[in-house]
Design a protein around this ligand. Structure first.
Ligand SMILES: CC(C)(COP(=O)(O)OP(=O)(O)OC[C@H]1O[C@@H](n2cnc3c(N)ncnc32)[C@H](O)[C@@H]1OP(=O)(O)O)[C@@H](O)C(=O)NCCC(=O)NCCS
Length: 171
């Protein structure tokens, strides 16, 4: 598996994984109709623009033939973030290869890059019902912090997001 920064021509594969992973991960959380309505084309347009404008770090995991997953990181967007605090904006692995180490490799690569850029803490928001992702992040050293959960509507369902954070180190 190779981890590299995304190129503009990766937008389609990034969008496909984005939609596939949403449908698989949120099947028991969000409505079937909402998940069916997700569009690869509109996500592709979003990622193409993101990559053209070089808006943040997007790293992709590749095997010989195809993309396996991706991670998007950058400065923390929370209002209470300290200078230099980072955030995992998104992390999506193709459901076909879940639990084979792709997520771990992507995070290891992003973490090393964030550390090199001077970041010493990292945060993320995750749906409280997303057990698989929470287990993954806890195994990577993230813990829930004191910030209250955010409740909002998504595709007609009421969901909660919780904040996790961890200290970044070289190891
Ligand atoms: C959460 C997510 C990113 C994790 O990625 P992943 O590639 O499946 O993660 P890994 O394979 O590195 O690790 C996951 C599990 O596989 C296990 N694993 C890792 N490498 C392994 C290997 N070579 N063989 C067997 N098991 C392995 C890990 O121990 C871990 O086990 P656990 O779930 O029992 O704790 C992925 O499931 C995903 O894309 N989910 C949908 C999107 C999502 O929820 N994103 C987060 C939004 S905030």
């Amino acid at each position: 598996m190779l981890i590299r920064l995304a190129e503009p021509e990766d937008a389609r594969a990034v969008a496909e994984i984005h939609v596939e992973a949403w449908r698989a991960a949120y099947a028991s959380i969000l409505s079937e109709a909402f998940l069916a309505s997700l569009s690869v084309a509109s996500r592709q347009a979003f990622w193409a623009q993101f990559l053209a404008e070089k808006r943040g770090d997007l790293r992709v995991a590749m095997d010989v033939e195809r993309m396996l997953g991706w991670i998007n990181t950058g400065p923390c967007r929370d209002q209470d973030a300290a200078t230099g605090e980072a955030e995992i904006w998104a992390l999506y692995v193709s459901p076909e290869v879940w639990a084979t180490g792709v997520g771990r490799e992507l995070w290891a690569s992003a973490k090393a890059s964030l550390f090199k850029k001077g970041h010493r803490r990292c945060r993320l928001w995750v749906l409280a019902q997303n057990d698989r992702a929470i287990r993954f992040y806890q195994a990577a050293g993230f813990e829930r912090d004191e910030t209250p959960a955010k409740t909002f509507e998504l595709g007609g369902a009421t969901v909660e997001e919780i904040r996790l954070s961890c200290r970044l180190s070289v190891a």
